[in-house]
Design a binder for this molecule. Structure first.
Ligand code: IPM
Ligand code: MG
Length: 365
């Protein structure tokens, strides 16, 4: 029986609550698909700082390097917010992305038909939304040099971050964009700020050049401010979006509300394909640690569960099992099962564990 090693990094806040539900779901589908999963937990983020003093302990990195895939929860929280930038909980995640070269972050945002009314936007705007944001994840402002702060003698300060990209960095993530668009509706919007930034001018040139290799994909270039507006104005006009790190961070949060709740959205962060054709990948819900509801057992586990489906699809080539999880989630929603974030007046509100139970039960039928 094939055995896959999964590094499980629940992290902080509701990451601790939703990740075990994704693990249960994987155990369930694994049995049925005839594969075994070996799950090994490790510390990251604030909980790692508390236990070891570091947001990404070396043992965690070693475990991740040796694993077939990483199931990730979320990191950060008010407790660690006052630490210096380089020691914050979020650094654990950023360092892991960099160390494993997870350069392509796939964030699908679709409006689930049963949840249209959970979105704060009008039905006529969000209905039919089905898009994929591909965010460059290891370059740009997040990692560019120089960066830092310096003090002036007069007491003033200067702080700098650098948005920097090389041709190679742009090309490899743009290629993911074209390949993904090809498997979807063959439309790719490349988002930049080339009317102002030279780094965006290079971005646009490289994407345009690469586009010649993909004549079957309709490429358009969209300025980031315009894209932000169009996302809430006419989200159905988008299929696949590819953009740099910071723009992608912002636009993917914006896209998340199109789905009704952030509690529904999974993500995959992929690195270079290895010799066996599989991708090193990290899979995490988009929602973050949600300190306001952490510890209450009320978080929506569906984003984590759907992230487990992406793990099967992208890292283990188990598309059929991935589809079974997605179908089970769909059925649970169709049955009207709701956690607080997607409930409406009169709905019975389920907790994290109960919602997980329903998905696991649906996987048995
Ligand atoms: C995300 C988050 C992270 C980011 C934080 C937690 C560092 O906002 O994954 O979108 O900015 O990339
Ligand atoms: Mg973000």
């Amino acid at each position: 029986m094939p055995t896959y090693k999964i590094a499980v990094l629940p992290g902080d806040g509701i990451g601790q609550e939703v990740t075990p539900e994704a693990v249960r779901v994987l155990q369930r589908v694994g049995k049925r698909a005839g594969v075994a999963f070996e799950f090994e937990n490790a510390l990251i983020g604030g909980s790692a700082i508390d236990a070891t003093g570091q947001p990404l302990p070396p043992e965690t990195l070693t475990l991740c390097r040796g694993a077939d895939a990483i199931l990730f929860g979320a990191v950060g929280g008010p407790k660690w917010d006052n630490l210096p930038q380089e020691q914050r909980a979020e650094r654990g995640l950023l360092a892991l992305r960099k160390e494993l070269d997870l350069y392509a972050n796939l964030r699908p945002a679709m409006c689930f038909p049963t949840l249209v009314d959970a979105s704060p936007l009008k039905r006529s705007v969000v209905e039919g939304t089905d898009l994929m944001v591909i965010r460059e994840l290891t370059g740009g402002l997040y990692f560019g040099e120089p960066r830092g702060r310096e003090s002036f003698a007069d007491g003033g300060e200067r702080a700098v971050n650098t948005m920097v990209y090389t041709t190679r960095e742009i090309e490899r993530v743009a290629r993911v964009g074209f390949e993904v668009a090809r498997k979807r509706r063959r439309r790719l919007a490349s988002v930049d700020k080339s009317n102002v930034l030279v780094v965006s001018q290079l971005w646009r040139e490289v994407v345009t050049r690469l586009g010649k290799e993909y004549p079957d994909v309709a490429l358009e270039h969209v300025l980031v401010d315009n894209c932000a507006m169009a996302l809430v104005h006419k989200p159905t006009s988008f299929d696949t979006i590819v953009t740099e790190n910071t723009f992608g961070d912002i636009l993917s949060d914006e896209a998340a509300i199109l789905a009704g709740s952030m509690g529904m959205l999974p993500s995959a962060s992929l690195g270079p394909a290895s010799a066996n054709g599989r991708n090193v990948g990290l899979y995490e819900p988009v929602h973050g640690t949600a300190p306001d509801i952490a510890g209450k057992g009320m978080a929506n586990p569906l984003a984590a569960i759907l992230s487990a489906a992406l793990l099967l699809r992208y890292s283990l080539n188990m598309s059929e099992a991935a589809g079974r999880i997605e179908a089970a989630v769909q059925r649970v929603l169709d049955q009207g099962r709701r956690t607080a974030d997607i409930a409406r007046g009169g709905d019975k509100v389920l907790g994290t564990r109960e919602m997980g139970d329903h998905v696991v039960r649906e996987l048995e039928v």
